[in-house]
Design a binder for this molecule. Structure first.
Ligand code: HAH
Length: 333
């Protein structure tokens, strides 16, 4: 007799929410599966500025509405992603009508209009928003990433965005979200950024750890130090975009049609260790979202190597549980 597959989110009912990034088409083909295993969803792309607000006077809410309606109907929570980012934001946002760089006043009034409209539309239906994504520099000694937001508004653009989002939905939890969040140098920059926002009275309720990791790193100790450092700010932590690539970031090999057995074993061990660690910090970590549902689709199939298959999740390409699934449900250690 085939073993019944238990619900992943039910197994974590007393621990934290278990989420997945979705697309509208997946809700058609995999809706029941998603509703069985996840009690939080994030739109992978459909709420990003360029998708939801492609022109100044035009919002395209259809896809985002479909995702939110699905979640509401199934009793699933929604994380909103994302309001302020340097990527996937149309050029018009940063220009005036003559094509010259927008003034601080113009950009702030557009941001307010955008946040009022988008956050306001889903008020009460989105429990957490990634208000600002990836504002910290991670390649040089600079503190803040050099973006149009920084250049045209100035350093207070984050404070402004958080205040606007809080006004638009006072009950939504507001997050600062970033990647390479366990790197000690970047970790301190993220810590300092959020601390200075809190010192200024900004309504920041949490830090999002994207969690784009691989089977070799970061180490459990590095992840632990990041969790402890961020949690010391007394904010909630969400793991917002978890995946476990079978390749190191620098690895550009393209010869595999399936993961090697060494990769599979490392991934199983890592998933078990990482979820054991998350469980230890369940008083701070309130939500853990995978950046996809199952190995049949992941953004890593096109990043950093276009067209190279990856297998980063706990469900396989046929939506069947991998050994990693059983390890996070019933840890051996
Ligand atoms: C994330 N960035 C974004 O937050 C998410 O919106 C997107 O769908 C995928 C990944 C991580 C990232 C990147 O986009 C480029 C380089 C490094 C990391």
């Amino acid at each position: 007799m085939p073993t019944e597959v238990p619900s992943l989110h039910a197994a974590y009912a007393n621990t934290f929410k278990i989420g997945a990034a979705v697309h509208t088409r997946m809700l058609q083909s995999e809706g029941d599966f998603i509703a069985k295993h996840f009690n939080s969803i994030t739109a992978e792309n459909q709420m990003k500025f360029e998708e939801i607000h492609p022109e100044e006077d035009r919002y395209t809410f259809e896809a985002a509405d479909t995702i939110v309606d699905f979640a509401v109907a199934q009793g699933i929570g929604v994380r909103g992603h994302t309001l302020v980012w340097h990527n996937q934001t149309s050029k018009w946002v940063f220009e005036d009508t003559s094509g010259a760089p927008a003034s601080r006043e113009l950009l702030l009034s557009r941001l307010k209009q955008h946040i009022d409209t988008v956050v306001g539309r889903y008020k009460g239906q989105i429990y957490a928003w990634d208000v600002v994504n990836e504002a910290v520099e991670d390649k040089t000694d600079l503190f803040m990433r050099d973006t149009k937001w920084l250049e045209l508004v100035g350093e207070d653009y984050l404070l402004q965005a958080f205040s606007m989002a809080h006004e638009a939905d006072p009950n939504a939890l507001l997050f600062y979200n970033d990647y390479n969040e366990t790197d000690p140098v970047k970790r301190e920059k993220i810590y300092n950024l959020v601390r200075s926002l809190l010192d200024k009275g900004a309504p920041v309720h949490g830090i999002g750890l994207q969690g784009h990791w691989n089977i070799h790193g970061p180490s459990i100790e590095e992840i632990r130090m990041a969790i402890e450092r961020y949690a010391s700010l007394d904010v909630q932590l969400h793991v917002t975009e978890l995946d476990m690539s079978v390749f190191r970031y620098e690895d550009r090999r393209t010869d595999l049609t399936a993961p090697t057995s060494e990769m599979v074993e490392l991934q199983e061990r890592r998933y078990e260790e990482i979820f054991n660690l998350f469980r230890e910090y369940k008083s701070s970590i309130t939500s853990v979202t995978f950046w996809g549902v199952a190995d049949n689709y992941t953004w890593l199939d096109h990043f950093p190597v276009r067209g190279r298959k990856n297998w980063p999740f706990v469900f396989d390409q046929q939506l069947q549980p991998k050994e990693s699934f059983w390890r996070i449900i019933n840890p051996m250690s």
